[in-house]
Design a binder for this molecule. Structure first.
Ligand SMILES: [Zn+2]
Length: 249
C-alpha cells in the first residue's frame, strides 16, 4: 500500500506531517484517561467539545460537489480543527496535560495554517521558524491529515465526556520540556477582527532579541532564559508562539 504522502501526486511539495509529539501525547492521554488518573476540568471538557465538533464536522453532501469544491472542503475542515485547537491552547484556561495534547494536535495540522484560507493579515502568526521558499507554497497532504481523524475523534470523545456524577477533576502533571532556540520570538496581538499586531520579545536584562534562548515549559508557564543570564516569565508569549517554533518531539 503506498504511503499517504506519496499517494497525492497533485501535492508535489507536500511534506510528511509532524506527528511525533502527537503520537506520544495521544498515547499518554489515552492511558491517563483509561486509568482514571486524568479527570478533565470543565475548561478541558469545553475545549475538547469544541475541537471534537470540528473533528466530526461533515463534508458538504450537496449532490455531487465538484472535485475542486470537495478538495477545498476537506482542507478547510482540517484548517478549522487547527484554528479551534490553537484558540483553546492559547486561551489559557485548560490544564497542563490538555495543553500538551492540543499543542501536539496543532503541530500535526500546521500545514493547514494558511490553506485553504490564508490568515487575513500579513502580521498574523506564522508558527514556523523556516519559511518555505518563495513561490513554492507547500500543499498540505490532505489524506495524511484525514488519516489522523479517527483516532483523534475517539480520544476527544473521551475527553469531552461529562464527568461521572460526584467525581472531582484530577489533573496529572504534564511532561515538562526544555529546548534551545536561536532566533526571535514574536508575540501576536489581535486588536480587532482581521487585524493582527506582532512584536518581537526582548530580554529584560540586555534587550537582546535573538537568543540563543533556553526555553523551559511545564505547560503552566514558559520561562525564557537569555544568553546574558536573565530568565523571565514576563514575555507575554502564548504556548503556540513558543512551542510550535521548536522541533517536533
Ligand atoms: Zn539578555
Amino acid at each position: 500500500m503506498p504511503s499517504p504522502y506519496d499517494a497525492d501526486t497533485t501535492a508535489p511539495h507536500a511534506r510528511p506531517l509532524m506527528t511525533r509529539a502527537l503520537t506520544r501525547e495521544a498515547d499518554r492521554a489515552r492511558h491517563l484517561l483509561a486509568g482514571a488518573r486524568w479527570r478533565p476540568t470543565a475548561p478541558d471538557t469545553e475545549a475538547a467539545t469544541a475541537v471534537l465538533a470540528r473533528l466530526t464536522a461533515p463534508l458538504p453532501a450537496r449532490q455531487a460537489p465538484t472535485e475542486r469544491r470537495l478538495a477545498v472542503a476537506r482542507d478547510r475542515r482540517l484548517q478549522r480543527i487547527l484554528r479551534t485547537t490553537l484558540h483553546h491552547l492559547d486561551a489559557g484556561a485548560i490544564s497542563p496535560p490538555a495543553a500538551a495534547l492540543l499543542a501536539a494536535v496543532a503541530r500535526a495540522l500546521l500545514p493547514w495554517h494558511a490553506h485553504p484560507n490564508p490568515p487575513p493579515a500579513a502580521a498574523a502568526p506564522a508558527h514556523t521558524a523556516a519559511p518555505h521558499p518563495p513561490g513554492r507554497a507547500p500543499t498540505p497532504p490532505t489524506e495524511a491529515g484525514e488519516a489522523l481523524l479517527p483516532a483523534l475523534i475517539a480520544l476527544f470523545t473521551t475527553l469531552a465526556a461529562p464527568p461521572p456524577p460526584g467525581t472531582a477533576p484530577l489533573t496529572p502533571a504534564a511532561e515538562p520540556w526544555h529546548a534551545r532556540h536561536e532566533g526571535r520570538f514574536r508575540r501576536y496581538g489581535r486588536p480587532g477582527p482581521g487585524v493582527w499586531t506582532a512584536e518581537t520579545v526582548g530580554c529584560p536584562g540586555c534587550g537582546g532579541t535573538t537568543g540563543p534562548w533556553t526555553v523551559v515549559c511545564d505547560w503552566q508557564a514558559i520561562t525564557l532564559g537569555c544568553a546574558c543570564g536573565t530568565a523571565t516569565r514576563e514575555h507575554g508569549l502564548a504556548f503556540s508562539e513558543v512551542r510550535l517554533l521548536m522541533p517536533d518531539g
